[in-house]
Every structure is written in structure tokens, then in C-alpha cells.
Design a protein around this ligand. Structure first.
Ligand code: CA
Length: 222
């Protein structure tokens, strides 16, 4: 899952990016409204954390502009404490959730998890595909209850496919959502990682759809 953090306070921006990276996401960062607006308009993010008070272009204008242009990714806004009007304006502009400053990083992480699974159509934090279970809170993957050790990259790939189970995901889409903007992207490496995940899981839940991409079938999606 690839996220965008737009926050002009350098310390806060770094704290958010570090916490999100540690939680297994790929994170791009912007420090003013113009730069953030451009990235959100041109790159496919799974979710965005957007500060309201930003230099060059304020967060509300950034969000309004994205929504007018049809950009539908989930957006969590960061509002100043006691500024109830920020929240109202934010929701009216198309925000999906908010956190008031100062906040605990854990709360931001929990809200992002919820936004990501909701936008992919899941109500629960544990994703299930056949005997494979992926807990988005802990980052744990199990098969028949036995833990499977995945690298952070393998986890990101499996998590993306499990969030989007039931539809074909192309290699290009995977590359766009698993690597940050500075990464030298090569879609052939995806094949390699899918191979490793299949081997580690030992069950073939990832189907290759020739010429199109990968499909994870949500068996027993209870
Ligand atoms: Ca600010």
C-alpha cells in the first residue's frame, strides 16, 4: 500500500513517514500544498494524510481540487485542535476521516488501516482467503493458524492482493502501489516476489491471469 503524507512541519512529517514505513507502507512525502496536490493528482495512492494548514495551497483547496478532478483515494485530514470548522470544511471538501493535533501516531495508524480496508470493501481488520489469514493490525500472516514469515515487501504484495481479492490486479498496478516515486520500477520483479510468496504459503491462492495480472479468489470469505 502506497501512502502520501502532506505536512509542512518537518518533524511531524518525518514522524508520520517513519511510523507508516515501520507499519509496512510505502510512503511519499510532500511539505507544501502545491507539491502535495501535484503528487496526489498524478500518482495512484491508496490513502493520503493531508494537513489543513499548508504553505502555497491550503489542505482544503488541495482536497477540493482532487475531488473535482475525480481523484477518489481515501483522505485523512490533520486538523488543529479546537478548530471544529476545519473538520466541517474538510468533510464537505471530501475528507474521509480526521485526526486533531496533537495526536498519537497509533491513532493515525489505526485510522489509516480502517480507511484502507473500507475503501477495498472490508469491514474487518483480519483478511481471510481460504486457510490464509492476514491481520492488518499486527502484520501477521498465518496458514491454518501457523505463522508464516514474510519479508516486508512480500507482506506488502500479499496484503495488496488480499485487500483486492476477487478482481484481477495488473503488474503495473502492483508496481505503482508497492514502490515509492524514487524507486527504479521493474514489473518483472513482481513475478519473482509472487513466486516467493507462493512458495512460502505452500497453498496456491494467487492465480496468474495470463496477460492481465494476478487474481486472488476470496474462498471462504467469512
Ligand atoms: Ca501545518
Amino acid at each position: 500500500m502506497r501512502l502520501l503524507v502532506i505536512e509542512d512541519d518537518p518533524d511531524l512529517n518525518r514522524q508520520l513517514a517513519t511510523a507508516l514505513t515501520d507499519a509496512g507502507y510505502v510512503v511519499d512525502r510532500a511539505f507544501d500544498g502545491e507539491e502535495g496536490h501535484y503528487l496526489g493528482e498524478t500518482e495512484p495512492y491508496d490513502a493520503v494524510i493531508l494537513d489543513i494548514g499548508l504553505p502555497k495551497m491550503d489542505g482544503i483547496s488541495v482536497l477540493e481540487s482532487w475531488r473535482r478532478a475525480g481523484r477518489a483515494m481515501p483522505v485523512l485530514i490533520l486538523t488543529a485542535r479546537d478548530r471544529w470548522s476545519d473538520k466541517v470544511q474538510g468533510f464537505d471538501a471530501g475528507a474521509d476521516d480526521y485526526v486533531a493535533k496533537p495526536f498519537h501516531l497509533e491513532e493515525v495508524l489505526a485510522r489509516i488501516r480502517a480507511l484502507l480496508r473500507r475503501s477495498a470493501g472490508h469491514a474487518k481488520s483480519e483478511l481471510i482467503c481460504g486457510t490464509v489469514r492476514l491481520d492488518t493490525r499486527t502484520g501477521r500472516v498465518t496458514i491454518d493458524g501457523n505463522p508464516v514469515k514474510l519479508t516486508s515487501h512480500e507482506y506488502r504484495l500479499l496484503s495488496y492482493l488480499m485487500h483486492h481479492a476477487g478482481r484481477v490486479v495488473s503488474r503495473t498496478e502492483l508496481v505503482e502501489h508497492l514502490y515509492d516515486q524514487d524507486f527504479d520500477r521493474d514489473s518483472n520483479t513482481i513475478e519473482v516476489f509472487v513466486g516467493r510468496i507462493r512458495k512460502k504459503l505452500g497453498v496456491d491462492i494467487i492465480q496468474t491471469v495470463r496477460g492481465l495480472g494476478y487474481l486472488l479468489t476470496p474462498l471462504d470469505a467469512r
